[in-house]
Design a protein around this ligand. Sequence first.
Ligand code: MRU
Length: 371
Amino acid sequence: MAPLIAIKYDRDGGLQLLDQRLLPHSQKWLPVDTPEDAFAHIKDMVVRGAPAIGVTGALALAVHLTRGGAGAQFRSAGDCVAEVERVMDYLVKSRPTAVNLADSATKLKAVARRAAAEAGATAESVTAAVVEAAEATLEEDVAANKAIGAAGARALLDAVAARGRTRSGGKVRVLTHCNTGSLATAAYGTALGVLRALHEAGALEHAYCTETRPYNQGARLTAFELVHDGLPATLICDSAAAALMAAGDVDAVVVGADRVVANGDTANKIGTYSLGIAAAHHSLPFFVAAPTTTLDASLPDGGAIVIEQRPPEEITHFRGQRVAADGIGVWNPCFDVVPGSLVEGIVTEKGLVPRDPDSGDHAVRAFMRAL
Ligand code: MRU
């Protein structure tokens, strides 16, 4: 079976997104012809998952710059830089918590400014540099995920072995949350990439995925990916995770991230914090798997992360049908923050984030400086 992807791009054919709101029942591709299309598709969850959002924003910029005759639409290199800044500053407002789109914006704006500063720079040369960098994000994310998968599988197996929990045949049973796979990235996935790597190595006894209320990314998307790839897997309610650990059926937890800040505090799908606490209570290793595009050393700790609130209807309604009592108030944060102290390791494509020798915190800032 062909590997799953959620983002299709080529310079002639343009950018298309798999409408994830319809999965697993139907597969429909939507075009992204303008930055406004990209903004709406990100906000409305046609595409979701931190790395996928970052790649989509970059490719939407490439489409915008190449449609309408490449650099011909700008009078000067400076005009092109201003347009790159305008479009990326606009796109980053589509969803606030995941940092990957802001990372794409920072990098592409820097590429534009550098290209414009070169001798003889023209609108065409700046456009070409930005489009090349934007297009590269797709391949870079896949390569990062493969590296995270390999490093994460190794780290997780070591951590499980250190606790004497390895199963016969060197296998492990791993719980994950939300969707962090091919649908949430350019392909392969982060935390789900770790599960894929374990499976490829013959070391995955069983995967458990949470339903991931209220948007059901686990039931709709992760379950779809696990079945598609033939991994041995079981779906559980979010509220069953601690009971599953108490039953002794989980050896480790691996989740993705929307933003990992300087001390290792990690914003991820609502429910991640509860899983971190439950894993600590059961002495289970809890790993975060994320590309370096998810690291944000500018924020000191998780208290500074803006948490997106989603519409109340995600909780009060099911498939358009009201299930909650009329008049009830709703609190629907889309993400929570798991303290870095509960995270055994943060696995990136450049390896594990080391610990600060004095504080014992994950040393995200030093790690990023050394990249
Ligand atoms: O609201 P979503 O579906 O965009 O949330 C996705 C998650 O929380 C993922 O765990 C995270 O973005 C990492 S995806 C590799």
